[in-house]
Design a protein around this ligand. Structure first.
Ligand code: FE2
Length: 371
């Protein structure tokens, strides 16, 4: 089915923000992404600015409204704060992918359209996702410009010293939805995109002493597109998913995971670039890791020094670490992940250590007690 859709994999992720220029500096410094293209008044667009960033296979756009008349960007940011508006899938044929998705129950957001300039054309269409997000189908086989029509070479120079993070590509994109919405969105993604449910976590699978959540992972058969969905589950305190829904004022994208081939180097570089990660797990976490005697190439002392989490599955293992929320509200964050020896999971073995760490931050924010 996913082949029938002609999905090639993730293309870009677009963030709507209060100040794209500030985010541009942050992308350049913290993630060592390269500014590749720009859209704004200088390129003929009067009411918004967009900075396009790339690194290896990563493609991020950060956009802000610069006129109150740009209601789409302005209203999104007013309601949700900075967050992910859309993620794009590169497809063989936009019209075909869109029409197949709609036939299978997807909610239309934007009809297929050709965007042209002197460098060729790009086709895009979009379907609705969660409260205010979109999944874009795009094809740029016939485009030779820097990114897509409207974008030009960057005008602003970012002269900033940064450590190379070695970040490679988007691994998965996670959504947080309200109670009783997870099954609906999992079915929606499976039907619309030809994905299938790969993992399911029910009541009791993901919980700490105080809070709980449910999760489903949907992915394409070729594993290039993976989209976990979380919903809160009853607990004595407020779960991180409830906190997200309360602070984001609705359902939306919780985190984007980015791969690296050398997480020790990546995390050391990102820490040097000033990025804040979730509090390191306790020493006992790494003592237990040593006792398990897993066949891990990396030194456990090095993992401990950098606060990196490790989870084994079958012959493979994964290494991962989560940033603190990156903007003003405790909503969106990044995950850095290295999949080793064919690992396909999402760090299930780390959920408890991870959520206890998030709960410590929730207490500081006064968002742990139910009100
Ligand atoms: Fe993740």
């Amino acid at each position: 089915m996913s082949n029938e859709m002609g999905i090639r994999g993730y293309n870009y992720v677009e963030f709507y923000t209060g100040s794209a220029k500030m985010w541009a500096y942050w992308f350049a410094k913290a993630l060592s992404l390269k500014q590749t293209a720009y859209l704004g008044p200088e390129t003929g667009v009067k009411d918004k600015v967009s900075y396009y960033f790339t690194k290896n296979n990563i493609k991020f756009i950060v956009t802000s409204a610069i006129r109150p008349t740009n209601y789409e960007v302005k209203s999104f940011v007013e309601k949700h704060g900075d967050g992910v508006k859309r993620w794009a899938l590169e497809v063989d044929n936009v019209k075909h992918a869109y029409e197949t998705a709609i036939k299978n129950g997807a909610i239309p957001s934007r009809m297929p359209k050709k965007y042209e300039d002197e460098f060729g054309f790009v086709e895009e269409a979009a379907i609705k996702l969660y409260d205010d997000a979109e999944i874009v189908f795009m094809n740029k086989d016939n485009y030779k410009g820097v990114f897509k029509p409207g974008f030009r070479e960057p005008i602003m120079k970012i002269n900033i010293e940064t450590e190379d993070t070695g970040l490679m590509q988007v691994d998965h994109i996670v959504g947080n939805v309200r109670e009783n919405e997870m099954d609906m969105w999992a079915t929606y993604l499976n039907k619309s995109l030809g994905l299938e449910t790969f993992l399911e976590f029910g009541p009791g699978d993901i919980s700490t002493k105080y809070s709980a959540l449910l999760s489903k992972v949907v992915r394409s058969k070729d594993k290039k597109v993976r989209n976990p969905i979380n919903e809160p589950y009853e607990g004595v305190k407020k779960s991180q998913i409830e906190e997200y829904i309360d602070e984001y004022l609705g359902s939306g994208i919780q985190h984007v995971a980015i791969t690296t081939d050398d997480i020790l180097k990546t995390i050391a570089a990102m820490r040097k670039n000033g990025l804040e990660f979730l509090t390191n797990p306790p020493d006992t976490y790494y003592e237990m890791l040593k006792e398990k005697g897993w066949n891990i190439t990396e030194s456990i002392d090095e993992l401990k020094r950098l606060g990196i989490l490790c989870d084994l599955e079958g012959e493979g293992y994964l290494l991962q670490l989560f940033t603190k929320p990156v903007s003003d509200r405790p909503t969106f964050f990044f995950e850095i992940i290295q999949r080793c020896k064919g690992s396909e999971g999402f760090g299930q073995g780390n959920f408890q250590a991870l959520f206890e760490s998030i709960e410590r931050d929730q207490v500081l924010r006064g968002n742990f007690d139910k009100n």
